[in-house]
Ligand binder design. Structure first.
Ligand code: ARG
Length: 451
């Protein structure tokens, strides 16, 4: 089971759409792994294409090495934006950029060295983010990885008689599917995004012999994936059916404060920091005596953001709001984490060893029965979430389970109950914790024993 997700673009900011892909893809992979699948996590980095010609041109003209080491993404963005502004006045810059990209494709040492520098710096910045999110990849084979595997695609399509000329470019016609043609080679001979995706699909099939190859990429790219998959179909690869685009909606911000440092670009690090800061303030208010406040705030702040992406169906657009995201009584990450910590604190106070046997037939109240039913339905929720590629099914289940627990907590005394009933209720709480912890793990979030 291949899960391609995150896939940010080198030298550009990691935007909120990439975060959406990162969170959803991570969860889908964890869910499949939990079900026993052999999974591969792939980051299809956007590290090739004409924009690198522009970057090299811009860097040679205006690059500032000191800033580049300090804040690589900001500096690369600055010169990239500058390139576009200047190119409007001076179109010769575009030719210069095309020349540099061509050099890069021809393995020119200077071009290659600059590209490597930009890539390394960007990856370092991205990895900082992935570390904080607790996310790793098995493969970072991105677009550049396929730059030497494109000739094969072009000749293969040519052999099968699929290539047509159109304004000096080479395309595959997709009229039969009522789709626009898929561009394979541009008029200047450069290959493009779709060609690299075709090369990637062939490589992945050969390397991993996948059962499914999932592409967790925003819905605006739905047409692109339809085109790529149909070209594979026309080329006679029956496994094109196993390639699945997992789309997701757009993200809007209810609170302008979530945005911006440079123009309209939102730096995710700022968003994460803000969420952690707000979580810390809430902890200071509710539980000032807590140890490891900073560590807990990190788990809560990041979990809150992740859960905001996970809780509704992925095709829906989402509106980010701090109030909702951090409301520990609402449908939020902190609500789940609080509920878990509450259950843990009862277990801790009880002093009963983990394996104490008990008489479960004493658990007869509606509140207890509701929890038991949800513990049972967890197994179906995981399978359903996997089949529909929809972590929100698990997120909703975790919310329902936590609500049931809180109702039980408010209605059924535990520590002060009769000894046998007390044991049985503690057993129920332990089971609840085990399932909720697994669910949060499958969503990519962390639990806190105390909050
Ligand atoms: N880097 C692309 C972007 O930011 C996403 C890559 C999606 N994956 C793919 N196989 N085309 O838009």
């Amino acid at each position: 089971m291949l899960i391609e997700f995150s896939s940010p673009n080198i030298a550009k900011p990691f935007h909120v759409g990439h975060l959406y892909s990162t969170v959803i893809g991570n969860s889908i992979e964890r869910i499949y792994k939990h079900l026993g699948y052999n999974t591969v996590r792939i980051n299809h980095l956007g590290d090739w294409g004409t924009q690198f010609g522009k970057l090299i041109t811009a860097y040679l003209l205006w690059g500032d090495d000191e800033k580049l080491t300090e804040e690589p993404i900001q500096e690369l963005l600055r010169i990239y934006v500058m390139f576009h502004k200047e190119a409007e006045r001076n179109p010769a810059l575009e030719d210069e950029a095309r020349r540099w990209f061509k050099k890069l494709e021809e393995d020119d040492p200077q071009a290659k060295a600059l590209w490597t520098k930009f890539s390394d710096l960007s990856l370092k910045a991205f990895n900082k983010l992935y570390d904080r999110l607790g996310i790793t990849f098995d493969s970072y084979a991105g677009e550049s990885f396929y730059s030497d595997k494109m000739d094969e695609v072009v000749s293969l399509l040519d052999q099968k008689g699929l290539l047509a000329e159109s304004d000096n470019a080479k395309v595959v016609n997709l009229e039969a599917y009522s789709l626009p043609p898929c561009l394979i080679v541009k008029s200047d001979g450069a290959t493009i995004y779709a060609t690299r995706d075709l090369a990637a699909a062939l490589y992945r099939k050969r390397t991993y012999d996948f059962d499914k190859c999932l592409y967790v990429v925003g819905t605006p790219q739905a047409l692109h994936f339809q085109q790529v998959f149909h070209v594979l179909e026309l080329a006679g690869f029956a496994w094109y059916r196993d390639c699945v685009h997992i789309g997701f909606g757009l993200v809007r911000f209810a609170d302008r404060k979530l945005a911006t440092r440079t123009g309209d670009v939102i730096f995710l690090e700022d968003v994460l920091n803000e969420s952690v800061k707000r979580s810390l303030a809430l902890i200071e208010e509710n539980n000032p005596a807590l140890e490891n406040k900073q560590e807990t705030a990190e788990k809560v702040g990041i979990g809150a953001i992740m859960f905001a992406f996970l809780k509704s169906g992925r095709e829906r657009d989402i509106v980010f709001s701090w109030e909702e995201m951090l409301n520990n009584e609402g449908e939020s990450g902190p609500y789940l984490q609080y509920t878990y910590a509450r259950a843990q604190s009862i277990l801790k106070k009880s002093g009963i060893p983990d394996q104490a046997s008990c008489d479960t037939s004493l658990l007869v109240s509606d509140e207890e029965f509701a929890i038991v039913k949800l513990l049972d339905s967890f197994q179906y929720a995981v399978v359903d979430a996997a089949e529909k590629y929809e972590p929100s099914i698990l997120a909703r289940h975790a919310l329902n389970l936590s609500r049931a627990f809180n109702r039980f907590y408010n209605h059924c005394p535990v520590l002060s109950a009769e000894p046998e009933l007390r044991k049985a209720r503690l057993w129920l709480i332990r089971s609840f914790c085990a399932v909720l912890e697994t669910e949060l793990e499958l969503l990519g979030m962390k639990v806190c024993k105390q909050m």
